[in-house]
Design a binder for this molecule. Sequence first.
Ligand SMILES: Cc1cc2nc3c(=O)[nH]c(=O)nc-3n(C[C@H](O)[C@H](O)[C@H](O)COP(=O)(O)OP(=O)(O)OC[C@H]3O[C@@H](n4cnc5c(N)ncnc54)[C@H](O)[C@@H]3O)c2cc1C
Length: 392
Amino acid sequence: MSTHTHNEATSDWAAVIHKFGRDKVLPRSSELDAHPQDMELIRSLLLEVGRIGLYGTVISPEYGGTGPSSLHEAVDAFAYHNAGLAMSTMPTYLTARALMSFGTDEQKSRWLPKIAAGEVITSWAVTEPDTGSDVANITTKAVRDGDGWRISGTKMFITNASIADAVLLLCRTGGPGVKETLTTFVIPMDAPGISVTGVLEKMGLRSSPTCELLFDNVRVEDTDRLGEVGEGWEVAMDVLDYERLAIPAITAGMAQRALELSSAYADQRTAFGGPIAELAPVGEMLADMGAALLECRLLYRHAAALSDAGRPSITEGSIGKLVAGRLANEVTSNAVQIHGGYGYCREYEVERLYRDARLFMIGGGTSQVQRKIVAQQLRRSHKWGATAGVWA
Ligand SMILES: Cc1cc2nc3c(=O)[nH]c(=O)nc-3n(C[C@H](O)[C@H](O)[C@H](O)COP(=O)(O)OP(=O)(O)OC[C@H]3O[C@@H](n4cnc5c(N)ncnc54)[C@H](O)[C@@H]3O)c2cc1C
């Protein structure tokens, strides 16, 4: 059982994560940035944050969770300490959410109590070597095999695959396109035929393992199928819409860290007879960073509140992802700038934050794809402007 209860005030909940981050994560920052990665360390931290209740926030009490509430405050607090680990929490709570929405009672009972208790972490596998933004073109195939299925194909850029206990997987079970042709499965990673064929060495978010994952004629039971046959597109879109809400939460935590480090540095670094914080251009950069931090927080709180209330949030989620991706890059670039030459050196944390930020314009749907989604949504709902940001 998780130790967090959802009656706790948000600030208390964030404080629990902050304490964990301060005690267990920040002291190991450089190890976590190293390659080859210490997979055991990463897995143990991702399970421990589960034990203090992070994944349980999207799981109902009947399955050992505390949801639905306060996930994004926790992600924000965790990202302050390490954005890569915060990103690596994502596949697990997305799998849990998909199970809550589409799972059978048996599937929920099988996976959710273990996820809520921090005993299981997962991956979420959609992208393939030849298709990322164009999700509708995936080729990993699941074909009927007696009572079950056989799955073959390769997935690419899969977060956590090297340390996960299970994978939420999108497969093709019919012809081309997405209408009744895709199906989702939740499969234990120890199923024969599943192998991690590569762990990528990345620019940033190096504490988050990103892998190539091979399915070689993997036999799975029909009870591993999540949702109806042909319902995979609907499951995937639900998961992807929810995934985007977390990006401004991660970038808020990063922006807070970058701002605090930069303010402290600007107060103690002197030039031209005083602290650089007193130089107007430095103050302006700090002010822009503060504004960006608040923007990220307001974006995720607004979009997550809509989503939690069961209201449409696709446009807001994509706007949040689009804006947060840009802001994360601006904030961390300012942080490096304020640190001058030291900001360009590994020894200073802002150097890592700058590398970490770059992903948020790519992963979870690129900025170009977010604009495409927003433009499509706006065409569908010409009145969106009247309700934008309104909570009536
Ligand atoms: C660190 C990391 C972790 C990831 N984790 C996961 C994971 O756990 N699970 C998973 O399934 N995937 C994961 N991904 C994959 C990620 O979602 C994709 O990389 C992303 O969606 C972009 O796909 P792509 O890399 O194939 O780029 P492409 O789709 O090839 O895009 C290349 C360029 O073309 C542009 N482009 C493509 N289509 C359009 C369009 N219609 N309009 C305008 N421009 C367009 C893109 O914006 C981009 O600039 C991860 C990626 C990274 C780097």
